[in-house]
Design a protein around this ligand. Structure first.
Ligand code: G4P
Length: 528
């Protein structure tokens, strides 16, 4: 029994979020190097040698990007760490958001010369919704970067989270000398020829003038002032970190391997073992020996020849053992999970066991849907659902060949069921066309590609100008009789709900003003 508890205790499952190019792939790779999961740099590299993590879809190869998020596991300092990677491309999808549902904490990578960028903001919002701990790594300090104080202030202002600098940079770019670790009162020196070299560190008394001899008089004075300023500021509060209210900030340089180890150590100390998840019967204790999990992602077509799908599930309690019988709550069926596997950096491995906190992928012949709960026979409960996010891009889509209507509907519905796209229709029209809504525009290409490849349907696709979607929760008349502003359109989803799609967010004001009694809610919904 103690092994079960020990195993779960040592699990840490986190997602890395960043705007493209901030250095997420480089940082992931350094983590894996520390864990010995990969032997050399370049194995995880997103763009060039990207086949390493995921080459499942042709479209990924063509574009040289990772469309889907992947999961990697490695060991470090006695911990078993699961990293959930999110696509590093501008065109990300709802999948990216959902991946965050499987994480217990997040590492936010920020480019020191750029600060908070658009995608960081979006992903942060989802993490903040869940209240998970968020750690900030300000990267590329070996390059000219912005004032560190200004960067911390920007994180606070733009993202609405407090920050606490764990270390403080001494210069940047060509002048970068290292960082001062506040808790240990040590300077970690940035090696001259940095690349991959382990840096030296010494304990210092910042008031000792000898420090000035080492880092230069002016830098010493600036560092003293800045550290004093920090000291007069916010106190470190572990509880606030664990509630997602305070983000510990580390400065470093992933490429030159500088500051990664202290970051990882700090991160492991401050994060907790897998947290309990809420189900309809209450909280499910992570350490309960009964296996339970929920599906947070479905990856289709990993092997084109078989048109198979992989359902990724996060284990929420207990231990998973291969070949034991499990219960799929939504279908009410007992089953054995087929070919359970985990990603080990560059390889997928069939596994025999896994514990709460781990992510496993299982082959799926169309049984699972996003949000489904898997338990042990005899235990019946459902984990609270996974949110569906508001699409931001829309297309009117129809089959080029009207004879293919049936395949068109089947394909669109199945792909929507996997959660890659959302589909709507215009009220009182047939199924000759659907409105497809996505979070990231790349999903349109994926959709088009899959409709042709898997369902043999060529598509007519026409971009629509909508940017937002609201569910009509109360209406004074039939939705189609509402007074709409230019560019707005009433839609229906496949659950029969009425929605309004529109362009600028100001339209909400117009709609409410011109339709007394109308009530709109954001379309972020939770599937149960
Ligand atoms: P991403 O996954 O967040 O998109 O970023 P990625 O790690 O691919 O890094 C983006 C670029 O930034 C890469 O350069 C990478 O080498 C560089 N980079 C990452 N961390 C650091 C750092 O600490 N310092 C400096 N100076 N550069 C860093 P690239 O030229 O686009 O790609 P590559 O030729 O290195 O593969």
């Amino acid at each position: 029994m103690s092994t079960l508890i020990d195993e779960i205790h040592r699990r840490r499952t986190f997602a890395i979020i960043s705007h493209p190019d901030a250095g997420k792939t480089t940082l992931t790779e350094k983590f894996l190097l520390y864990g010995g999961a990969i032997a050399q740099a370049g194995q995880v590299k997103g763009k060039k040698a990207k086949a390493a993590t995921s080459d499942w879809m042709e479209i990924e190869k063509q574009r040289g990007i990772s469309v889907t998020s992947s999961v990697m596991q490695f060991q470090h300092s006695g911990f078993c760490i699961n990293i959930l990677d999110t696509p590093g491309h501008q065109d990300f999808s709802e999948d990216t958001y959902r991946t965050l549902m499987a994480a217990d904490s997040a590492v936010m990578v920020i480019d020191g010369s750029k600060g908070v960028e658009a995608q960081t903001r979006k992903l942060f919002k989802v993490c903040a919704l869940r209240g998970i701990p968020i750690f900030t790594f300000i990267n590329k300090m070996d390059r000219d970067s912005r004032d560190p104080l200004e960067l911390c202030e920007e994180v606070e202002r733009e993202l609405g989270i407090d920050t606490y600098a764990m270390n403080w940079p001494i210069g940047c770019g060509k002048e970068f000398q290292g960082v001062y670790a506040r808790d240990k009162q040590r300077i970690l020196f940035f090696g001259d020829n940095g690349r991959g070299k382990k840096a030296d560190s010494i304990e210092v008394d910042l008031d000792d003038s000898a420090v000035g001899d080492i880092i230069g008089q002016k830098r010493w004075e600036t560092l003293q002032e800045e550290v004093e300023l920090l000291g007069a500021g916010r106190e470190f509060d572990l509880e606030a970190v664990q509630n997602g209210m305070l983000s510990p900030v580390f400065f470093g340089s992933a490429l030159t391997n500088f500051g990664i180890e202290p970051f990882l150590e700090g991160f492991l100390q401050m994060t907790s073992a897998p947290l309990p998840r809420v189900a309809d019967c209450g909280e499910i204790d992570t350490f309960n020996p009964d296996f339970s999990a929920f599906v947070f992602k479905i990856q289709a077509n990993m092997n084109k020849a078989h048109r198979d799908r992989i359902a990724f599930m996060r284990i929420c309690s207990g231990k998973f053992e291969r070949d034991t019988e499990v219960y799929h709550m939504q279908s009410g069926k007992k089953m054995r999970l087929s070919q359970p596997q985990q990603m080990m950096a560059s390889e997928r491995e069939i596994i025999d066991e896994a514990y709460a906190g781990d992510i496993i992928g299982v082959f799926d012949a169309g049984t699972f849907a996003i949000g489904d709960t898997i338990t042990v026979p005899g235990k019946k409960f459902k984990f609270s659902g996974i949110p569906t996010f508001e699409p931001e891009h829309f297309m009117r889509v129809s089959p080029k060949d009207t004879m293919k209507r049936k395949q068109f509907i089947k394909g669109a519905e199945q792909i929507a069921q996997e959660g890659a796209i959302q589909i709507f229709k215009i009220p009182d029209t047939g199924m000759e066309e659907v409105i497809v809504g996505v979070v990231g525009t790349l999903q349109f290409d994926v959709f088009e590609y899959r409709m042709k490849g898997e369902y043999g349907v060529d598509l007519h696709m026409q971009r629509l100008p909508y940017e937002h979607l609201r569910v009509i929760s109360k209406t004074p008349c039939e939705p189609k009789e509402l007074t709409l502003c230019t560019g707005a359109q009433v839609l229906e989803d496949f659950r029969g709900r009425s929605l309004i799609a529109f362009g600028g967010i100001w339209s909400v004001g117009f709609l409410l003003k011109h339709n007394e009694g109308l009530e709109l809610i954001e379309s972020v919904t939770v599937q149960g």
